[in-house]
Design a protein around this ligand. Structure first.
Ligand code: OOG
Ligand code: NI
Length: 266
């Protein structure tokens, strides 16, 4: 089962690198030749039955993952869950879904039309977690979604792919402190997400996180091609609980800021 999980994440990583070239360089910078352990990857989706959180999660459950935490992001109109594998060196997976019914009638129409283009069994595709943008969307509809929800617009443009990978700082050989990681990233010219401060969370909540701002990549819309924010890279350091084991959950207040790593520069 672990071999299958590794093969899945190899595919997801290759797809991610196609639109996130900075990740390959940062991976080399922090890993310094050694293997880098991923703390987690994150997915975004709409809550329409065909493509909802459960439709993505079934691919993980089949590989031995279990559901371990639930989160609500009221302002962004999102629900999320995270999944863990019994082999703790396999990445955790954070999946969120947009509560489509809470958006304007216009945004709902655009989103429902995108999902309606997909076959009913689309989520059964073996490559669903790295299948990319599976619908046709116009640049005008992208802009309409962008005005209401950066998340909806990002998802409409990029589809099914890891939104980010996350380096486990706990497993790095050359770094232990998130401030040192951030300093190395900035010295190498990678801008960080500063929303809520460069470091989100602290030892008290058992999780410190930082992230780059998303790279920019070209998306083919039905009428034109636009360069827009693609994917980013995250860095996480976990602290032990009273029982000595590392905290494995997420922190909603920090996650709320991490989501903004794909914001369009204003
Ligand atoms: C997910 C943001 C949350 C974390 O580590 O807290 C997250 C996203 O941007 O889709 O990944
Ligand atoms: Ni994350």
């Amino acid at each position: 089962m672990t071999t299958q999980v590794t093969a899945l994440f190899d595919n997801i990583w290759q797809q991610y690198l196609q639109v996130t070239p900075s990740a390959e360089k940062i991976h080399a910078l922090l890993g310094n030749g050694a293997d880098v352990i991923n703390d987690h990857v994150a997915y975004r989706t709409f809550n329409n039955t065909k493509v909802n959180l459960a439709a993505l999660a079934k691919h993980l459950l089949a590989l031995g993952y279990t559901e371990c935490g639930q989160y609500d992001f009221a302002a962004k109109k999102l629900d999320a869950k995270h999944f863990e594998h019994p082999d703790s060196t396999m990445p955790k997976v954070f999946i969120s879904e947009l509560r489509v019914e809470e958006f304007s009638a216009q945004a709902q129409r655009i989103i429902n039309d995108l999902v309606a283009q997909l076959p009913d069994d689309v989520s059964d595709r073996a490559d669903f977690l790295y299948s990319g943008q599976l619908w046709n969307i116009s640049s005008a509809d992208y802009q309409t979604l962008l005005a209401e929800s950066e998340y909806a617009a990002w998802l409409a443009a990029w589809g099914y792919r890891a939104n980010h990978f996350t380096v486990s700082i706990n497993h790095l050989e050359q770094y232990d402190d998130i401030l040192e990681v951030n300093a190395a990233l900035k010295a190498a010219g990678y801008p960080l997400n500063t929303n809520g401060g460069e470091v989100k969370g602290d030892e008290a909540v058992k999780l410190e996180q930082s992230s780059t701002l998303a790279d920019t990549a070209q998306v083919q819309f039905s009428d034109t091609t636009l360069a827009i924010p693609s994917c980013f890279y995250e860095f996480a350091k976990r602290y032990p609980l009273a029982n000595g084991e590392l905290y494995t959950g997420f922190v909603a207040a920090s996650a709320d800021k991490i989501f903004d790593s794909t914001n369009v520069a204003k």
